[in-house]
Ligand binder design. Structure first.
Ligand code: SF4
Ligand code: SF4
Length: 133
């Protein structure tokens, strides 16, 4: 059992134990961007024992000046290219990008709580006014 996670400035907690049952909602479903920087690309390329050039060709798309992981279509779901449905988990977990490491504590979700609640069954909103400050 993992302990509940909290983050200063967020009025919800996250229960990591929910991930085992969830099936990776945050890595699948609607299309989106998983941004990563140069160092993160280098770390994943090394983890996969690929050159940076080969890694970028196979796994990265550019959105303007930013880099994102590609997706793969599985049925109607836009899975992250590294999501492994056999294990219901991330295939590059030790070197996953910061965007993944910091989920679900994203500034974006401070104003999109319904969206977060619908996506992640591990979210527990605080119930007292004091905790919501
Ligand atoms: S959506 Fe939430 S519960 Fe599901 S895998 Fe992602 S973090 Fe875990
Ligand atoms: S890199 Fe891993 S944690 Fe991040 S979206 Fe892809 S499968 Fe999920």
């Amino acid at each position: 059992m993992y302990a509940l996670m909290t983050e200063k400035g967020y009025d919800y907690s996250f229960n990591p134990n929910a991930c085992a049952e969830c099936g990776g909602n945050c890595c699948t479903g609607e299309s989106g961007y998983i941004y990563l920087n140069q160092k993160e690309m280098e770390a994943i390329a090394a983890f996969l024992e690929l050159s940076l050039k080969d890694f970028k060709e196979d796994y990265i798309l550019k959105n303007g000046y930013k880099y994102s992981l590609k997706e793969k279509l599985v049925g109607l779901s836009h899975d992250c290219i590294f999501f492994n449905r056999e294990i219901n988990g991330c295939g590059i977990y030790p070197v996953r990008p910061t965007q993944c490491r910091t989920f679900p504590f994203w500034d974006y979700f401070k104003n999109h709580k319904d969206e977060l609640q619908a996506e992640c069954p591990g979210i527990i909103f605080n119930t007292t006014k004091e905790e919501n400050v």
